[in-house]
Design a protein around this ligand. Structure first.
Ligand code: MLT
Ligand code: ZN
Length: 459
């Protein structure tokens, strides 16, 4: 089939690309071990364009992949089977901020950081935040129900969606919820599309909720020596303060970040674990934080600590955590992203350490994550003496053991990165057979011909 000709019936020349560079770039996300193999990249400009593309794909049984900023880490937006890519990149307008409703309407291709800045410039705040903010698109953050570094205070993307426009796999355009705060009229379809990884519909417009910006954010960095101490520190601070973040990382991560030469830890002593906490300095929270810190020192839960003295220092402390992904990328990490109930984090970590020590002693692991959400990023670093293929196949052996342990602990094989191609064979470790069956029925309803992101998410 001459795909280019087919789509040029309703798209202009500049909205269609088959250049090898575009096929390569748009065919992959930040998951490194999949080879892109797309057939065409389409750039719709309106919901109507998207609708025409989906209808055409449905009629001609063409697999189509909704594509945002491609910062995902589970191959949810990769094209490996000659699929057509539907990039939302040209649908990037921030349309309207409504100060009474405290909502912001934008197209799905708007970049998260632009949305955050636009909200701030108008005295409001969009609180979902993570390191890929400069490249990820809002539609993708809905499709993956993105989490990040402020979930402990503001929750996941799901909490911030007041409405959306979606083109379903059947080509129907749904305008869902219209920004209503209260709407007790049955199934809330927003929540089906959020986290569906482009398998049910293409999100084309989003109505986001906004809030008021946090005041006088303070950042503290601590060093600590045991996993149990991390939990004690977490409880001590969480009981007395309203935290906006509670993050952790290991010395391995810190060494990688420091080796980039951009930022370094201001703490005197090295330690196996580091904690970064953030809170607003309102209602005497700073004094309370200092008191809790003193108590943690006395009990030897922390060995050292600093508090940011300026916005720049706060940014630098954050960089120690946020630069980990980039700093460790030289080691081609095999990435995992799991969650357990918060109190089970130490148990998970010590079981995992045991597995690695016994079965793969040459592996170095960079742990970091959102401890306050029970979410850990397990990054196995590639040893020099293994080829990429050897390394990946050994990591897949680790996956088998890790995911069966996660199942026993009642956790999730993907906390925030999503399922995509990477986790779909382990979906049953977190979801029951009945749940997966219902999901397949739902897929059938919205995309009966299976043209939207086929092969992703569902086994
Ligand atoms: C993070 O928390 O920094 C992100 O989830 C990215 C990553 O896991 O590398
Ligand atoms: Zn994360």
């Amino acid at each position: 089939m001459d795909l280019k000709r087919l789509f040029s019936e309703f798209l202009t020349e500049t909205q269609i690309s088959d250049s090898s560079e575009d096929l390569e770039n748009y065919g992959k996300d930040w998951t490194k071990h999949f080879t892109p193999n797309a057939s065409l990249v389409l750039f719709p400009k309106t919901t109507e364009d998207v609708q025409k593309i989906v209808v055409c794909c449905q009629k001609n049984k063409i697999a189509v992949i909704p594509s945002g900023g491609r910062t995902g880490l589970s191959a949810g937006a990769t094209a490996t089977q000659k699929e057509v890519i539907l990039s939302l990149e040209k649908m990037n307008k921030i349309q309207e901020l409504n100060p009474i409703d405290q909502t912001l309407r934008c197209q799905a291709g708007a970049v998260l950081e632009n949305i955050q800045n636009h909200a701030l410039e108008n005295g409001y705040y969009y609180p979902v935040d993570f390191a890929a903010r400069g490249s990820c698109q809002i539609g993708g953050t809905l499709a993956t129900n993105a989490g990040g570094i402020k979930v402990i205070r503001y929750g996941l993307t799901r909490n911030w969606v007041a409405g959306m426009t979606v083109v379903t796999g059947t080509g129907e355009v749904l305008n869902i919820n219209n920004g209503l705060v209260k709407n007790a009229t049955g199934y809330d379809l927003r929540h089906l599309f959020i986290g569906s990884e482009g398998t049910l519909g293409v999100i084309t417009e989003v109505l986001l909720k906004l809030t008021t910006p946090p005041q006088d954010l303070q950042v503290m960095l601590f060093s600590t020596t045991t996993l149990e101490a991390i939990m004690n520190v977490y409880k001590a601070f969480r009981d007395e303060l309203v935290l906006t973040s509670f993050e952790s990382f290991t010395d391995v991560c810190l060494n990688f970040v420091e080796s980039q030469g951009r930022v370094s830890s201001p703490l005197q002593e090295k330690a196996p674990y580091y904690l970064l906490i953030e809170f607003e300095n309102t209602s005497g929270q700073l004094d309370k934080a200092m008191e809790v810190f003193e108590r943690c020192l006395e009990k030897e839960w922390v060995t050292d600590g600093v508090i940011s003295q300026s916005d720049q220092q706060a940014k630098d402390l954050w960089a120690l955590r946020e630069d980990i992904t980039e700093a460790t990328s030289v080691k081609q990490p095999y990435k995992n992203d799991i969650s357990v109930n918060i109190h089970k984090v130490p148990e998970f970590l010590s079981l995992m350490t045991q597995i690695i020590k016994e079965k793969h002693p040459s592996f170095q692991v960079a742990w970091f994550g959102h401890i306050g959400d029970g979410n850990l990023h397990v990054n196995i670093l590639k040893p020099e003496d293994l080829t990429s293929d050897e390394f990946i196949s050994k990591c897949k052996e680790v996956d088998v053991e890790m995911f069966s342990m996660i199942k026993k602990l009642g956790g999730s094989v993907s906390a925030e990165h999503g399922v995509g191609l990477v986790k779909k064979n382990y979906l049953d470790h977190t979801r029951s057979a009945a749940e997966i069956e219902y999901m397949k029925h739902i897929k059938q309803v919205f995309d009966p011909n299976g043209v939207l992101n086929p092969g992703k998410l569902l086994p």
